[in-house]
Design a protein around this ligand. Sequence first.
Ligand code: GDP
Ligand code: IMO
Ligand code: MG
Length: 422
Amino acid sequence: MEVTILVGSQWGDEGKGKIVDILSEKYDIVVRYQGGANAGHTIKIDDKQFILHLIPSGILRRDVICVIGSGVVIDPQALLDEIKFLENNNISIKDRLFISHNAHLIMPYHKLLDSISEKGDRKIGTTGRGIGPCYIDKYARKGIKIVDLLNKPHLEKLIRQNIEEKNAILTKVYNENELDVDQIIKEYLEFDKVIDPYIKDVPMYLNQATLENKNILMEGAQGTLLDVDFGTYPYVTSSNPTSGGGCTGTGIPPTKVSSVFGIVKAYTTRVGLGPFPTELDEENGEILRQAGAEFGATTGRPRRCGWFDSFMMKYSRMINGIERVAITKLDVLSYLDEIKVCTAYHVDGKKLTSFPTDIAQMERVTPVYETLPGWKTDISNARSYSELPSEAQQYLSFISEQCGFEIAIISVGPGRAETIIL
Ligand code: GDP
Ligand code: IMO
Ligand code: MG
């Protein structure tokens, strides 16, 4: 039995979707553990591109059961759209998709409050999907859970109570119009009709599966530096993408976890605001953005691009307990004469001994770089380590040594075949 937590090791968009799809061939169950439709996980099969926001990236493998865990926040409309999209592509989800009764629902006021907050002077650059306000309600113990859909009078009461409170905030604090409570109740009752068959006691189901020796892959969304506790706060998301979130977001206890697998992009990207020490200048950032097609899978926003940061990666490895990794998008670096890797941070000329968690310090760090030779040749057809040019091998050895992890997979293109398994 193998229970693996798969985490994004940087600021998200590391290529988790592609690698979950590859790995899921060997797993019985794939379970998403946190976040919501802020995620965009891309899988490319032949000429077809699938972008998943809520449903686990194992869904394209017929024999894999996919589960949306307790730590996820679910936007009904996004979920219905995704189910329809899969059905239109002849991917059956019948008896293969389960949704935790504990997961929270994103409500229209969450999206509205997210967009209002982004217009203010404490903008984060969120995806606008209502993620932060939904987790706020969850921790304020005012959230509405999937299980509440099963009890109509209770659901209606909760929605009325919450909207009364939100309408007061919307009108008195933000000068906005009131929300139509009856319309919202109607919409959520409609949603319930579609979603009922998928609702399950997921913690019980997953623990039973471990007793039956099933292999389970936990799919994280976002990335380590976007973690609300360990990321570049306040420029983070409102959940725990780090490996600890795998247990709290599924109900599988830590004693049953076999390993933590990291997804590591061969360079760094970030969407939204916040510090990014190895960010390239506008001109070079644009060249890397074009080479890597770095535009958000959810919002289409251009991603900020920069060099690989092994100082940050060592922190990420420590927080998550990452042992083995997939290095993705190595092919994207093929145009470069020289490639830089950040190995340390300096502040006021002094070398930092640990990763800064205070934003003021993070904004002042100067990265220290090592420069490695580029390979200047197309590597997307390489299917084994020995087929990679020696400079690419040198780059991989350098980062694996610096960061202290073992490379298990090298991805040299978005497709399934463009993968080297070590
Ligand atoms: P995720 O959020 O971590 O699943 O990553 P995204 O799907 O948001 O972004 C990764 C992007 O890179 C997607 O467009 C993938 O199709 C693409 N991709 C994944 N692996 C590779 C790779 O090795 N090479 C290239 N060129 N593209 C890749
Ligand atoms: P995947 O799973 C990259 C970023 C947003 C913003 C911050 C907070 O595809 O890797 P939120 O809407 O969550 O409140 O936004 O987090 N962000 C992501 N960046 N990949 C993601 O997901 C992201 N999900 C959220 O850009 O900076
Ligand atoms: Mg993404």
